[in-house]
Design a protein around this ligand. Structure first.
Ligand code: PEP
Ligand code: CO
Length: 446
């Protein structure tokens, strides 16, 4: 394993997809140099801990829950937002833990999820064409020429917003807010007080009895009062990720210290591209998205390059086929990768293969499609005897209206009510909890 990583110039020479075109190269250099001087946001040892947990996921001894915004925004990096997001993820995790009877590894799409790949470089509205919005890490969402110019100063803002989010997450998860009884009380409230929750009364009552039993016997482990929670984002922007890569003093190996887990997106997973080359060198646990065009040979070549030592927990394949394609597309992939003895955790992203534009113009997804893809994921893995390791969702703790369907039966016309995502639609609080209970039922049928 090499202890150096390619230079930024070398990575750009290879060709990095989905990068902004900055107007001022000197300003980019200044931002990168500044970033290089800033302290790590996460520690290499924490990344190693997560890697060990993902290894357990790949053996079926843990289940992974990854969730959060499609795209974080600077304006959204508030205490309320972070708390609500964390709360709903913890609520989901309790339900899944009970159903799966194994630990749930909790990973937020937060504290760094600020850069987005786009299918088009430009966006046209009413005859006006401007550069596409690429996330707050790159440019502004406002549709004006000034706002859409990529600004490298934003990379520093990503660092500071991520630092404050992560600080809050660390405080919440270790400072008592994540207390298991409290989280379960929130779930009970959801089941009691919302029509969408009423269906899950039986399971909530079972969890209640389990907790009461624990209390009766005087069991009060540390795990009841604090949780391990990890950060993740798509490592897209070469400047930021490279500047945040440091040599760990314990192991003398390079780690990306801007997040515990980083992943390669569907649009940047070219085998000979700069992203794969960069990821090859860092020692974090990493993910790679695999969409319906990925072949088994692509997956094998990626695994060979990204995890040549076949280290357990190092590589996660995040499949995102779409509800209509997963049952046909996934088996061939899993079968061949498994037959070759490749160590990998399989995670289901039931969001990105199920996006469409509603008649009202909003980008949306159907709750039922999301669930159907997860069901397909479980079905395929069960049939093959392989391990369905977890799910990745785009969600929020707020009562937004971005995904249609679910117990509240949101329809296309309801989307306008509170649509806040700047990129992809997210499950709202109620839909997230419903999903957790429904996935819990799938897990229990296992
Ligand atoms: C995402 O996870 O927000 C994303 C862009 O996914 P994908 O790369 O799978 O399209
Ligand atoms: Co998305």
């Amino acid at each position: 394993m090499s202890t150096t990583i390619p230079t930024l110039a070398e990575l750009h020479a290879i060709g990095a997809a989905q990068q902004p075109t900055y107007p001022d190269a000197a300003a980019v250099d200044r931002a990168v140099e500044k970033l290089r001087t800033l302290p790590p946001l996460v520690f290499a040892g924490e990344c190693d801990d997560l890697k060990a947990k993902i290894a357990a996921v790949s053996r079926g001894e843990a289940f992974l829950l990854q969730g959060g915004d499609c795209a974080e925004t600077f304006a959204g990096a508030t205490a309320d937002n972070t708390r609500n997001k964390l709360r709903v993820l913890l609520q989901m995790a309790v339900v899944l833990t009970y159903a799966a009877s194994v630990p749930v590894v909790k990973v937020g799409r937060l504290a760094g999820q600020y850069a987005k790949p786009r299918s088009s470089d430009t966006e046209t509205r009413n005859g006006v064409t401007l550069p596409a919005y690429r996330g707050d890490a790159v440019n502004g969402y406002d549709f004006t020429p000034e706002s859409r110019i990529p600004d490298p100063q934003r990379l520093l803002e990503v660092y500071h917003a991520s630092a404050s989010t992560l600080n809050l997450v660390r405080a919440f998860t270790t400072g008592g807010y994540a207390d298991l009884r409290q989280v379960h009380a929130w779930n009970s409230e959801f089941v009691r007080n919302s029509p969408a929750g009423a269906k899950y009364e039986a399971m909530a009552a079972e969890i209640d009895r389990a907790l009461t039993f624990m209390q009766a016997i005087g069991a009060d482990p540390d795990e009841f009062h604090r949780v391990d929670f990890y950060s993740s984002h798509e490592a897209l922007l070469m400047e930021y990720e490279h500047a945040m890569t440091r040599i760990d003093s314990r192991t003398e190996q390079p780690y990306n210290v801007s997040g515990h887990f980083v992943w390669i997106g569907e649009r940047t997973r070219q085998l000979d591209g700069a992203h794969v080359e960069y990821f090859r060198h860092i020692r974090n646990p990493i993910g790679c998205k695999l969409g319906p065009t990925a072949t088994a040979d692509d997956a094998l070549a990626l695994a060979q390059k990204l995890n040549p030592d076949n280290e357990p927990g190092r590589l996660t394949f995040i499949t995102r086929f779409g509800a209509g394609k997963i049952r046909d597309g996934l088996p061939g992939l899993v079968e061949k990768v498994t037959a070759e003895g490749v160590e990998v955790a399989w995670i289901c992203d039931p969001m990105h293969g199920n996006t469409f534009e509603a008649s009202t113009g909003y980008k949306t997804r159907r709750f039922e499609d999301v669930l159907d893809e997860v069901q397909g994921f479980f079905d395929v893995h069960r049939a093959l005897g392989t391990v369905p390791g977890g799910i990745l969702v785009e969600n929020t703790g707020d009562d937004v209206t971005e995904i249609i369907g679910g117990g509240e039966e949101l329809d296309e016309h309801g989307l306008a009510h509170r649509y806040e995502s700047v990129v992809d639609p997210r499950l709202n609080r109620v839909q997230s909890l419903e999903m957790a209970f429904l996935v819990a039922e799938m897990l229990r049928k296992a």
